[in-house]
Design a protein around this ligand. Structure first.
Ligand code: CDP
Length: 216
């Protein structure tokens, strides 16, 4: 059986996580939120009392990561997003997380991975690639609502500042920077509800799937 892999990339709070989840349901494929891997490395590094700037220490922590460590609610916090983007600049961290992502992507039938470098580095041959964006203001509003619903007390302006800082760090790093793959379909969700965005994504993937099936 062939493997139909869907790569969903884009900046923080663009809607890619929800889109990936809905695509998973629509196409019957398992979904990996790869941001959780970097969040886990960031949180575990902090708990171990190691420096986030230490490539060796963060790389060793990444190498020992297991799937069981991804369910921790601490990974969903605002602070964890910042820790994640700081450890994500290290090549050793990214290399250590590669095998986990490849084995997920290579399951029979296929898989969906969402992140920053899925279509460019992790699964460059994926037959379906989406790059999901929205303006920083709209993304900050979505993330603010999400964090507030989780019980975090935070001002909208601070969330917007986080998003801008993370966009700059993720897009400006040397190793696997956040960028749309040349063959990715761009999906700007600024003016869309999540239902509309999920529908648009499903239509894009249906076309890609039909093309992929006829090439099998
Ligand atoms: O949910 P949100 O979009 O805020 O973040 P995330 O997808 O959980 O990712 C958190 C951070 O991990 C990002 O800001 C990136 O620095 C890093 N990341 C990455 O470098 N590569 C990925 N494939 C996924 C996340």
């Amino acid at each position: 059986m062939g493997r139909f892999v869907i790569a969903v990339d884009g900046p923080a709070a663009s809607g890619k996580g929800t889109i990936a989840m809905r695509l998973g349901r629509a196409f019957g494929l398992p979904v990996l939120d790869t941001g959780l891997l970097y969040r886990a490395v960031g949180v575990l590094t902090q708990r171990a009392g190691e420096s986030l700037d230490d490539e060796g220490a963060t790389g060793s922590i990444a190498a020992l990561m297991t799937a069981g460590q991804l369910d921790d609610p601490a990974l969903r916090t605002r602070a964890a997003g910042e820790l994640a983007s700081r450890v994500a600049i290290h090549r050793r961290v990214r290399d250590a997380l590669l095998a986990f992502q490849h084995s997920f992507a290579h399951q029979d039938g296929g898989a969906i991975l969402d992140g920053r470098d899925i279509g460019t580095v992790i699964c460059p041959d994926a037959p379906a690639k989406l790059y999901v964006t929205a303006t920083p203001e709209v993304r900050a509003e979505r993330r603010w609502k999400q964090l507030t619903a989780q019980g975090e007390v935070v001002a909208y302006e601070d969330v917007l500042a986080d998003i801008r800082r993370r966009d700059a760090r993720d897009g400006g790093r040397d190793t696997a920077p956040m960028v749309a793959a040349p063959d990715a379909q761009l999906l700007d969700t600024t003016e869309m509800t999540i239902e509309q965005a999920a529908d648009a994504a499903r239509r894009i993937v249906e076309v890609a799937r039909a093309r992929w099936e006829s090439s099998q």
